[in-house]
Design a protein around this ligand. Sequence first.
Ligand code: PSU
Ligand code: MN
Length: 300
Amino acid sequence: MSLSVSPAVGAALAAGRPVVALESTIISHGLPRPENLVAARRFESILTDQGVTPATIAVLDGVLKVGLDDGELERIANEDIAKLSVRDLPVAVGTKTSGATTVAATSFIAALAGVRVFATGGLGGIHRDANETFDESADLSTLAEIPITVVSAGVKSILDIRATLERLETLSVTVLGYQTDEFPSFWLTTSGEKLDWSVPDAATVADIMAANDQIGRRSAIVVANPLSVDQQLDPAIHDKALAEALRMASEKGLFGKEVTPFLLSTMVDLTGGASLAVNLLIAENNINVAAQIALAWSSR
Ligand code: PSU
Ligand code: MN
């Protein structure tokens, strides 16, 4: 098989020690250079510091990689590689191409390797003009089919959050607020949307994962982990920049996989880098919660 699990990740999985998957599109397309490589290394060290093995996932020369070495992290950060969702994986493998994996593709590959917990920044979702453009991230439909627990700060506020929550409901993806009963909106603490379920701690998430397995479901659990109010982007700055970024994207007529990276990088420009600092905090917070869940899961 074209799946290659690194020795560190393989040993941890075999021994039942905690492992957390990390995606690579946030490195290649979600964060600017050179901060992206610094961040990719820090994301891994947050996990190793807590005794959790990081499994950054990407496709390199047609091989589905679970766990990257430092040279491979550097390739993801510095090469102009493709952004791969699940439907792109056979093409990358068949043509021995490299690419970074989205939440959807990362979840798919993590499940192949048996990794159960995954940390990202924000999930993809339903875009605001989706009733005309049909722009709905494959993250949503993929999570309906893959038994992984993904920690995210909700979905990016560039999206239609209420519609995204409706789709997650239709797709039967379990959504848990982590110490909150409101769905976060990535750079902002809350979207104002109420959640049905809130969990107090990582051990409860592990109990729910076990129950999901026990009743034979093979679908994801989304753990929505908000920034604290003092960490969030200033809402006034956020709203102004977002309106402008959305206007620019529609003026350019962007579609497909270009839309999300364009909106993220335009937000960085329009906020003078403030959205980038907050994006890094989001990812770090989520990795910390994922570490706690992986530890709770492995101690079961
Ligand atoms: N979260 C971030 N930065 C990102 C992404 C998420 O903080 O770059 C990426 C993820 O890889 C997610 C993707 O799967 O954006 C969604 O892209 P699209 O809307 O094209 O499906
Ligand atoms: Mn899209």
